[in-house]
Design a protein around this ligand. Structure first.
Ligand code: ADP
Ligand code: ZN
Length: 742
């Protein structure tokens, strides 16, 4: 039996024991304890906490210690599945019912609920409100209702789900059962709607700080974003991440471009079949895909805790959405990065989309929200301050972990610059958009400039000494400063304001900020480097972490669950650092509860022992010789220095991703080294890159095509299943087997 109620009235002490036993955590986070107390007291409770704050524990732990069944209402199928899988992996009896669950399984879940075996039952709102379901619940002992993503109830919010408003029925039909509402959205109207629509009775409201200090916030100009994204991903070959795009087409195109660079990327949008979407999501959860390029349809239900970065290819519609999306990175609390690409074109197209909204009230609201988003993107002060401010929080000091803090702009007297731009606006008779104005200022000779006759005006070419991006930034500052405005209804033409006129007449000076758009913003600052150095893992811990990751992946694949359901990265890191080899030692690791210890403890301890006892990599080479082509040791190996360096690291057991990281090279470069080394007769761990099944399939395809097919044809014939790297390795392998190389 997994659960033993300790007393009739559960206490915080029993909650703490449950936290340790089932979750493997030593203590509650500050607010969790108060929230749990409120729930144990039987109070209606509202929990507003950012993503990753630890909301689930708040209702799951009381559900475990209390008698009866906790019914969790959750809007997304994927989310339910993840949470239930995670609960079960921790040894908690949980189940979910939604449209994806077949009738016979539903019956068996109903049976488990009736005989008191279940502690938590997740249901979709549709299911909850469907014919007869509430009556069924009446027959059970329901300990509480937990309403997850409770902001979906508010029509002011960005995730409004009409069926959520029906949840008011719960109070009518279960007047005695406490309701816990949880959300990561904290805006005032949403909060009010949650309380009134759910008819909460004197609820206790817990508003935790929305600060996510581990997220590095970066905004970059929208130029060249594809190149910039590829570069970003290649420098993080082992880090899973999400790129959000506005349109389906963009998702597909960008994913294709990433794939062409050898990046394991997939796309996800609402235009795909549920099966396709499920597969992509699954592959991402399993760490088989590194990158998902998605519309915002993706992610609400994603519980993956080791997402290391989120990129916004386009400007989001509002700060709530942006904050929720970037919140999917770094849920495990480890450092993570959020990059937003900002272009004015995005603002324009979003505006157009929004104002098509039929309800003028909503359209106006949306425009206002978009403007706040735009201000954030154009800001010259600490970004986190602006964000928290939006959620009515204040941050006493600049955060030190955003691009502005890391790379503060310098201020200079921009009056002359402003006058040039303003004068050009006047002389183009206030008819040109930002892009065209910059072209005029920079003296470009393109169709738009020439056909307007703008090469004839006095300020033509007056700003030729500045780059496009510089002008772009200065004009935005002028817009923010109220010297100019955009007439959306006149093709986004720039118009001068009264304030702008004053500047033009020399009555006002204009301070401006100069931004350096450099990689510096992203690099680790000296302060944070120092902090990191204190806890920096040793080489041996890094290598062990890699081994544990591989083990976790193997088990995850066997059991068909996402790797992080077994252990999170943070837990593996702690294991790699502490190297526990006893039961007590293992249970002391944060994230190892009883159930997980029983299921996985031994395998991980063995791996740790094996790591400690394997100082000589040559032994491993010996063992591989049966399966892999062997190079006579007398053979003189020739490879350049850079290949040699890669070879040495590969021999030490590092993955390609690790080598790339260690050498600050891209994964594709390291892969190319591996190919060359293999072709030159060096012994590599081929099985890491190509399984024998894959080899066989590629061979069959080559046979079918006949002769020496072009790689491109082979790639197409196999329906892009294998990248060029695998294809080349397979071909080389075959040549080596036939002795053509040796
Ligand atoms: P939310 O639902 O608010 O987004 P989760 O409940 O998924 O957040 O929690 C985020 C992460 O923090 C999870 O990996 C969870 O296991 C972990 N966590 C939650 N509470 C604690 C705690 N008291 N100690 C350590 N880790 C915790
Ligand atoms: Zn900052």
């Amino acid at each position: 039996m997994l659960f033993a109620p300790e007393a009739l009235t559960p206490t915080l002490a029993s909650a703490r024991r449950v936290l340790k036993q089932y979750y493997g955590y030593d203590q509650f986070r500050p607010m969790q304890e108060d929230i749990i107390q409120s729930i144990l007291d039987g109070r209606d409770t509202v929990v507003l906490m950012p993503t990753g704050g630890g909301k689930s524990v708040c209702f799951q732990v009381p559900a475990i210690v209390q008698e009866g069944l906790c019914v969790v209402v959750s809007p997304l199928i994927a989310l339910m599945k993840d949470q239930v899988e995670a609960l079960r992996a921790n040894g908690v009896a949980a189940a979910y019912i939604n449209s994806s669950v077949g009738q016979s399984e539903q019956n068996s879940i109903a049976g488990d609920s009736l005989n008191g075996h279940l502690k938590l039952l997740y249901v979709s709102p549709e299911k909850l409100l469907s014919q007869g379901f509430l009556q069924f619940l009446q027959r059970l002992r329901v300990s509480m209702f937990a309403i997850d993503e409770a902001h979906c109830i508010s029509s002011w919010g960005h995730d409004f789900r009409p069926e959520y408003t029906q949840l008011r029925l719960l109070r009518d039909q279960f007047p005695q059962v406490p309701i816990i509402a949880l959300t990561a959205t904290a805006d005032r109207l949403t909060q009010r709607d949650i309380q009134t629509h759910l008819r909460l009775h004197e609820p206790r409201v817990f508003l935790s700080s929305f600060d996510r200090p581990n997220l590095n916030l970066i905004v970059r100009p929208g130029q060249d974003r594809v190149t910039s994204i590829i570069d970003f991903v290649e420098r993080r070959p082992a880090e899973p991440g999400i790129v959000y795009c506005l349109s389906r087409k963009q998702c597909e195109t960008l994913a294709q471009k990433l794939k062409a660079k050898g990046i394991r990327a997939g796309h996800y949008h609402a235009g795909m079949t549920p099966l396709q979407r499920g597969n992509v999501q699954e592959a991402f959860l399993q760490d088989d895909l590194q990158v998902i390029v998605a519309t915002i349809a993706f992610g609400m239900g994603i519980d993956k805790s080791n997402v290391r970065w989120v990129i916004h290819y386009n400007l989001p519609k509002n700060i709530e959405g942006y904050y929720q999306e970037i919140g999917r990175a770094g849920r495990d609390g480890a450092p993570a990065t959020a990059v937003l690409y900002y272009s004015f074109a995005d603002v324009a197209s979003l505006r157009e989309m929004i104002t098509k909204d039929v309800d003028p009230r909503l359209a106006q609201l949306s425009v206002t929200k978009l403007e706040r988003m735009q201000q954030f993107a154009e800001a010259a002060t600490c970004r986190r301050k602006i964000l928290l401010n939006y959620f009515s929080e204040t941050l006493a000091e600049d955060c030190g972990n955003c691009d502005i803090c890391r790379n503060p702009p310098t201020t200079f007297d921009g009056t002359l610059l402003a006058q040039k731009a303003l004068s050009a606006v006047v002389r183009t008779r206030e008819r040109v958009s930002i892009t065209l104005l910059i072209d005029v200022l920079r003296g470009m000779r393109n169709q738009a400039v020439l056909s307007g006759g703008y090469d004839q005006i006095k300020t033509y070419g007056a700003g030729g000494d500045l780059s496009y991006l510089d002008w772009y930034s200065y004009i935005h500052q002028m817009l923010n400063d109220g010297l100019l405005y955009i007439a959306y209804e006149e093709g986004y033409a720039l118009k001068i304001t009264d304030r702008g006129q004053q500047v033009l007449k020399g009555q006002l000076t204009v301070p401006m900020k100069k931004f350096q758009i450099t990689e510096k913003a992203e690099k680790v600052t000296r302060a944070s480097k120092k902090a990191a150095a204190a806890s920096a893992p040793s080489d041996s811990a890094t290598a062990l972490f890699e081994r544990l990751r591989v083990l976790r992946k193997r088990i995850a694949d066997e059991q068909n669950v996402p790797p992080y359901v077994i252990f999170t990265d943070t837990t593996l890191q702690e294991m790699a650092a502490e190297k526990p080899v006893t039961r007590v030692g293992m249970l002391a690791i944060s994230g190892v509860g009883m159930k997980k210890f029983e299921t996985y403890g031994e395998a991980f301890i063995k791996e740790i022992l094996a790591h400690g006892g394997r100082p000589n990599p040559d032994d491993a080479e010996e063992a591989d010789q049966d399966e892999l082509p062997v190079v006579p040791s007398s053979r003189k190996r020739e490879a350049g220095d850079t290949h040699e360096a890669t070879w040495q690291l590969h021999r030490q057991g590092l993955t390609v991703e690790n080598i790339a990281q260690r050498r600050s090279l891209s994964v594709s470069t390291i892969r190319a080294h591996i190919e060359t080394l293999f072709a030159k007769g060096f012994q590599i761990r081929l099985e890491e890159f190509l399984t024998m099944d894959e080899y066989a399939e590629i061979q069959t395809a080559r046979g079918k095509l006949g002769g020496e097919p072009l790689l491109r044809d082979l790639y197409d014939h196999l329906r892009e299943k294998y990248d060029y790297f695998k294809l080349r390795l397979a071909i080389t392998y075959e040549k080596r087997l036939r002795g053509q190389l040796a």
